[in-house]
Design a binder for this molecule. Structure first.
Ligand code: SF4
Length: 423
């Protein structure tokens, strides 16, 4: 098989990994084009957009995960690279400035150790021949500790995909995998990152851009609460840099899988917003969701929903509240909260000042006071605030042609659901 044919197959096979989401797109203004097969954009640890060659080493797999296009019984074209081929393509693209790095994953061909050996050989060839680009290495669950260790010292970032948030889901859709095979390497990676992070030379650093993982959303009955709780656990105990949420895309016919007409992208988006609250806003998963409210609301972002359910927390006095309190206000982000604290040292802030600082007043105005006063005397009931907030976000979800009055009536119903939790 020609190299370009392999690249087509193995670049396409890698596209369902969510940590690079723009495979095949041709985007202006970024660091490289993603129009060639296998090239995608991703984000480095410092937030920079980078172009990566994103491929599988092999898409033949011993396992039969029901949701996966590369599973043993899936009817798909198969191919496998040799380490030398991955090295040549990557170096070639790198020297022409098509890419700034490599994202390497694989199906489990022959055995986890056999697959990892081949992947490691490819990245060793790159590093030993002067490749200074970014490498994201997907560890193969079940591979030996020694191989994980070798891979970490060659890579910038490592990841092991959790895929499904509960053991029951794993048993249902991926019974050949085990929780232990996923969390053992994740723990090993976390420990090696910590113990090597102060090493002086780059070659002595273990995955300096940290580790990440991915969970599929909507392939099973798992709730958003279960997903978020697991994310929080992993951020705390495995020092994850990122959890990626990937809306389930039906690629296989299997009676164990749900029948859906489109991937749950809005749910994926809400999970990213909730994840942000965990990482940067001091929220705990149990404050965002619980057994009574196990799913994120489609119509409003999780911070607004939290605020509506906790009216007793508001209003927040802008000229007195500390950082963590300001961060709880819808419409006030991390940057604007810090700006408020710095600016009010010069004197009390007004609503006009907040606008200049970058506070989104269409959201914040219901929840704040400046020097004891609400903006224009606003004091509304929870359903009224809900209605206004949803109207502000309306383009996100208003079905085409829905009458405004109908829309408002529906909002009122949703507001009641948000407050009472009865769905
Ligand atoms: S182990 Fe990975 S590549 Fe193999 S079937 Fe499962 S998800 Fe797909």
């Amino acid at each position: 098989m020609e190299l370009i044919d392999k690249l087509e197959i193995l670049g396409d096979a890698a596209k369902y990994d969510a940590s690079c989401s723009s495979s095949g797109s041709s985007r202006k203004g970024s660091t490289g084009s993603a129009a060639l097969p296998g090239i995608c954009h991703s984000w480095a640890a410092d937030g920079r957009c980078i172009s990566l060659l994103k491929v599988l080493m092999d898409n033949r797999c011993l396992y039969n995960c029901a949701y996966c296009k590369n599973s043993r019984s899936s009817d798909t074209k198969r191919a496998g690279f040799e380490p030398q081929e991955v090295y040549e393509i990557t170096m070639n693209f790198y020297k022409r400035n098509y890419i700034e790095g490599l994202f390497l994953s694989s199906g489990v061909f022959r055995s986890p150790d056999y697959t990892m050996e081949k992947m490691i050989k490819a990245v060793e060839l790159l590093r030993n021949n002067g490749f200074g680009g970014y490498i994201h290495f997907k560890a193969i669950p079940g591979a030996s500790k020694e191989l994980i260790e070798r891979a970490g010292f060659l890579s910038d970032r490592m990841s092991v995909n959790v895929e499904l948030p509960t053991n029951d889901s794993l048993m249902l859709l991926a019974p050949e995998k085990s929780k232990q095979n996923i969390f053992l390497p994740m723990g090993q990676i976390a420990a090696s990152i910590t113990s090597n992070k102060n090493n002086f030379l780059d070659k002595d650093k273990f995955a300096p851009a940290g580790q990440s993982t991915q969970m599929i959303v909507g392939a099973t009955q798992d709730s958003d609460y279960q997903i978020l709780r697991l994310s929080q656990y992993m951020y705390k105990y495995y020092e994850l840099k990122r959890v990626y949420y990937s809306a389930y895309v039906p690629v296989n016919q299997n009676k164990l899988l749900p029948v859906i007409d489109k991937p749950p992208l809005l749910r994926e988006h809400r999970l990213y917003q909730a994840d942000w609250l965990l990482r940067f806003y001091g929220f705990d998963a149990s404050e965002i969701l619980d057994e009574r409210f196990p799913m994120l609301d489609n119509s409003l972002d999780p911070k607004c929903v939290w605020a509506l359910r906790h009216r007793e927390f508001f209003p927040v006095e802008i000229n007195k509240a500390d950082l963590l309190v300001l961060l709880r206000v819808p419409g006030i982000g991390n940057i604007s909260a810090r700006r408020i604290i710095s600016a009010r040292r010069m004197g009390p802030l007004s609503f006009e000042d907040l606008k200049k600082i970058g506070v989104v007043m269409k959201r914040a105005k219901y929840f704040i006071t400046c020097s004891g006063k609400y903006m224009n005397g606003i004091f509304l009931s929870t359903p009224q605030i809900y209605n206004s907030l949803v109207t502000y976000e309306k383009p996100l979800f208003l079905p085409l042609g829905m009458q405004t009055t109908m829309f408002e009536r529906e909002n009122m119903e949703n507001a009641k659901k948000i407050i009472t939790g009865v769905y």
